[in-house]
Design a protein around this ligand. Sequence first.
Ligand code: 5CA
Ligand code: ZN
Length: 409
Amino acid sequence: MHAWPASEVPALPGKGRDLRIHDTATGGLVTLDPGPVARIYVCGITPYDATHMGHAATYNAFDLVQRVWLDTKRQVHYVQNVTDVDDPLLERANRDGKDWVELAEGETALFREDMTALRLLPPQHYIGAVEAIPGIVPLVERLRDMGAAYELEGDVYFSVESDAHFGEVSGLDRAAMKLLSAERGGDPERPGKKDPLDPMLWMAAREGEPSWDGASLGRGRPGWHIECVAIALDHLGMGFDVQGGGSDLAFPHHEMGASHAQVLTGEHPFAKAYVHAGMVALDGAKMSKSKGNLVFVSKLRRDGTDPAAIRLSLLAHHYRADWEWTDDVLRDAVERLGRWRAAVSRPDGPSADALVEEIREALANDLDAPTALAAVDRWAARQDADGGTDEGAPGVVSRAVDALLGVAL
Ligand code: 5CA
Ligand code: ZN
């Protein structure tokens, strides 16, 4: 699949700091030490509805990770998937009497537009589940041949007991895992499984549903976790730097993915850090396509909201916090954008050298965007109060805000 166009990232004077970030597996901050090419996999959308503020907030967090790395003069190798075949997509297409392929293509196209408008950097590899199937089938066969997977009425399940490290990503106990598995696409109640937590790797073809040639597995379609594993191993390999997504992906998705990959390769870990963004809510409940309590990026854009203000709304919250979308959040962001634009519109102003370092420091410290915004606010207030004589300082601020926060002033 093609991704979306990249907005330019201006190079800043000096050099950024190494990123310290919260890793779900260790439960604390880790300082990442990627090589010259940092590797990141971020779970993509299931394209059955438009991009909402929750998605945008999560992708914004991982965009900041990349901007911090780019500022350390590293290259970034970024991979993202599109879950373009899965139960919720097929159910929505059925409900609305739409062709599932058209639904997925239309929503993916809209996602690309939203990402472009928000200046979120594109992945180098943007891969759909469907196009990944030829790579998924041999992995499932290999797991089965190793004894780490078994068949149940034509479907193939992964045996969680085959991975000695199972449970280390989420750190949850079995009772919590069972509850979340039922909520998030698993089937712990299905009779005949070796362990209720075992996730599906390959689902045998069902009447009226799309299916693909699975060689010795028979016709069917892939399970959810193996999709991301196949794509990540193909394009990044084991031990990449960051596996990212919202906190609802820690279990089962990232737990199971890590186990699949670790058993397949005999290596550990799948990712050096598992990074999870908080959940954005609306009217007291997590924004979700299944609940329908959504604020869409595309709707705000159509209504004339500046995408830079949408982005500032996201940046005003720490990525790990759960927060609530309200009209006030957007109003504050519009107002802040106006202040910043006025402040950089003059040829000179207060020195910006300290500000660039403050933004760098804040972001390197577990992506503390609110602290970075507060630093820019202070510079803009000084500019407003008594200006300054540093020629070119507004240009430096403008480039720093663009390069490190993705906001075009
Ligand atoms: N296709 C899978 C990942 S392989 C999937 O979870 N798709 S999704 O469309 O449901 O979600 C896409 C990303 O947005 C995931 O990282 C998910 O954790 C995140 N996300 C979904 N809802 C919210 C929300 N309300 N707040 C923050 N992030 C969210
Ligand atoms: Zn995923």
